[in-house]
Design a protein around this ligand. Structure first.
Ligand SMILES: Cc1cc2nc3c(=O)[nH]c(=O)nc-3n(C[C@H](O)[C@H](O)[C@H](O)COP(=O)(O)OP(=O)(O)OC[C@H]3O[C@@H](n4cnc5c(N)ncnc54)[C@H](O)[C@@H]3O)c2cc1C
Length: 442
């Protein structure tokens, strides 16, 4: 809102939030939290007490974090003092994984699976996922709603660009930064690969954490301890997706939801291990964009993605079959075609004869996600969301170089559109205050 971008993007509320199809059950997660709790209690009556306790704990942390993140300086300290119990409890729960908390309140494995279903968005299974990070991130879905930007997520970037230009900013596309210029531990600007130099007292990097500090900055400028920490951090997982244009309206074939998550593994850990081992997993997510946004496809047609989480694999393994010089050749294309076949065959368990209705098909592998973001391994959400790399253990926005800051999925508070938008907002406020920049340049 502070950037003035909110008028340029329309958010469509998703209702239901998503649907789960598992080996043992089907469950529709509604948009409204109380309705969600009610349906869970009806399906698992013996767990009703635990369900309510679990949601109450999530809400406690979400409410606390939401307010705490929005206030600054002395107000922050006073707020923490006034809510000392929750502040201490948050600190205490930083050591917990999502699995720890699920095990404390819930017994039924299907119920645990439903409650942790969105672990894939953060790229680590419940046994490794930071509980506080998950609950603050995912509770927003329950407390504030699940939304889709009309026209696709590019519209969010477009809205920020428009607002930035209205405030005197400029955007340079196809301009790769080669070096962040530094003198006497102070940032001086950036140099592009075409040799152009832009001088600036402040540089904000939203490139991959490892790339920022190993490639864009000469290592001699960084404390060894800091560099060691970064090089020991683990990136989040990637994905492989088929983007399909169909000559049918899926609504007429009984597919009316937006996100349908199909769990074919024994549990999330089993799914995650398969992905890490490079196995083509039977679990997948289907997202039918044209079901929520009619601008995606002409009447009578549909746009759908079929997604599997995926891992880049060990460097030596060449899992994605690149040429020896790292380029994409015929073997890479053949592998992509095999994956398309696999993903379509998976989706056909939900949409019979899907392949006969495909007009357009594109596949994105971890290599594709790397190509467009330059994120190591095609990472989806910056660092993996483990306890060791989340909340206060995420990289701080301030760096050891004066004037150089981070605002991205690799820095505090974390990845996902919500996380990076909040991070950008906080950093903009800090920089404005520090450099005494007026709210509006124009
Ligand atoms: C397939 C997929 C689905 C996702 N779905 C969701 C979702 O449903 N909800 C959600 O909240 N999040 C989702 N995410 C995650 C979300 O998109 C990211 O967490 C978020 O976009 C990260 O924002 P960022 O600003 O840190 O980086 P990015 O959006 O990756 O932007 C970084 C930019 O910097 C550019 N760059 C990198 N290096 C350089 C350089 N040297 N010079 C110049 N430019 C450079 C990159 O090209 C890129 O444009 C998804 C991600 C993927 C890949």
């Amino acid at each position: 809102m502070e950037a003035g971008a909110e008028d340029y993007v329309e958010f469509i509320k998703l209702d239901p939030a998503f649907k789960i199809i598992s080996n043992n059950y089907e469950f529709v997660v509604p948009q409204e939290k109380e309705e969600y709790i009610k349906r869970l209690c009806e399906k698992f009556p013996e767990e009703a007490k635990g369900i309510r306790k679990y949601f109450a704990l999530n809400k406690k942390f979400f409410d606390f974090a939401k307010k705490w993140y929005e206030i600054y300086g002395l107000k922050k300290a006073l707020y923490a003092l006034r809510h000392m119990g929750t502040a201490l409890s948050t600190l205490f729960h930083l050591k917990n994984t999502l699995q720890d908390i699920l095990d404390k309140y819930i017994k039924n494995p299907d119920l645990k699976e439903i409650l942790s279903q969105l672990w894939g968005f953060l790229g680590l299974p419940p046994s490794e996922l930071s509980y506080v990070y998950y609950t603050i991130g995912i509770s927003a879905y329950m407390e504030e709603g699940t939304f889709y930007p009309r026209g696709g997520s590019q519209k969010i970037s477009d809205a920020f660009v428009k607002a930035m230009k209205e405030n005197g900013g400029e955007l340079f596309l196809k301009s790769e930064v080669e070096e962040i210029l530094i003198e006497k531990k102070t940032v001086k600007g950036i140099k592009l690969t075409n040799g152009e130099i832009y001088k600036a007292p402040v540089v904000v990097s939203n490139a991959d954490g490892v790339v920022t500090f190993n490639k864009l900055i000469k290592r001699k400028y960084l404390p060894k301890k800091y560099l060691k920490r970064i090089n020991n951090m683990v990136p989040s997982i990637s994905a492989i997706s088929a983007y399909l244009g169909l000559d049918i309206d899926l609504k007429n074939f009984g597919i009316k939801d937006f996100d349908i998550m199909v769990n074919k593994n024994l549990n999330p850990e089993n799914y995650y291990n398969e992905i890490m081992d490079g196995v083509k997993s039977k679990s997948f997510v289907v997202s039918v964009y044209s079901n929520v946004d009619e601008s995606f496809a002409p009447p009578g047609k549909s746009v759908v993605t079929v997604l599997n989480l995926a891992s880049w694999g060990d460097k030596k393994e060449n899992r994605w079959k690149l040429e020896t010089d790292g380029t994409r050749g015929e073997i890479y294309k053949k592998n992509k075609a095999d994956w398309l076949e696999w993903l379509v065959s998976r989706a056909e368990t939900l949409i019979p004869e899907l392949r006969n209705h495909i007009e357009v098909a594109e596949v994105a592998t971890p290599v594709t996600y790397h190509r467009y973001t330059l994120n190591q391994g095609g990472a989806l959400v910056g660092w993996a969301s483990s306890r060791e790399q989340s909340i206060f253990n995420r990289l701080p926005q301030k760096t050891p170089i004066k004037g150089l800051y981070l605002a991205s999925a690799w820095a505090f508070p974390g990845g996902g559109v919500n996380g990076v938008t909040l991070g950008g907002k906080w950093l903009a406020r800090k920089i404005r205050k520090k450099y005494k920049i007026k709210e509006k340049i124009n």
